[in-house]
Write a protein that binds this ligand. Sequence first.
Ligand SMILES: [Zn+2]
Length: 227
Amino acid sequence: MGGSVLSALGEVLLPRLCEACGCRLNVGDTVLCATCQARLPFRACIDTGFDEDVECDAAIRRVMAVFTYVHGGVIYKLTAKVKRGKCRALARNLGRLAAVEAARAGAFDGVQVLVPVPLDPSKLRRRGYNQAMEIALGISRHTGIPVADALVRRRGGDSQKAKRAGERGHNVKGAFAIADQSACAGRHVLIVDDVMTTGTTLAECAAVLSGCAASVSVLAVARTAMV
Ligand SMILES: [Zn+2]
């Protein structure tokens, strides 16, 4: 009772805003207003595999993405904010948002540990957090599956954003190594990232982890629409 009065008072004094459209949130809304929530482009979390030209020798159990990444859409706005920095809580909420939908689709069935895609150290310093780690923590909060920072990024490289798909594979080859083998050994690992384009980065992480994990699946919060 006291808590609800306080939260109602808080809504009046310090109104919370929708992270996608900026309108005022109602009591009970967490990140998005009802309109933006209804516009989330859920993909049903089915295994779609990586793009054809992505080489991955590892046997991957499932390749999943929760939402479709549409330029200017709700997920585009949220992930862009998270990447700009100072939005650690939003990154975790994004993970929770994805987890609620993905769990309904059985995406976490059999998964024993969540491993975020590591961020380039210079970006980590600038941003203050790895968004994939925060997303994984948000998923963990909803599912109870533990998170392990089991991969490390060996070297930098230019942003993949501006590069063509063919060049990306080359850019991430050898970029990752296992940092915590005991966290993954013999387990079904789910590698977590924010946005998947071709899948090259996730495929490379999966190849590295498949050496010690019992099985590997990957999950991105969003995936760019197939062309
Ligand atoms: Zn909104």
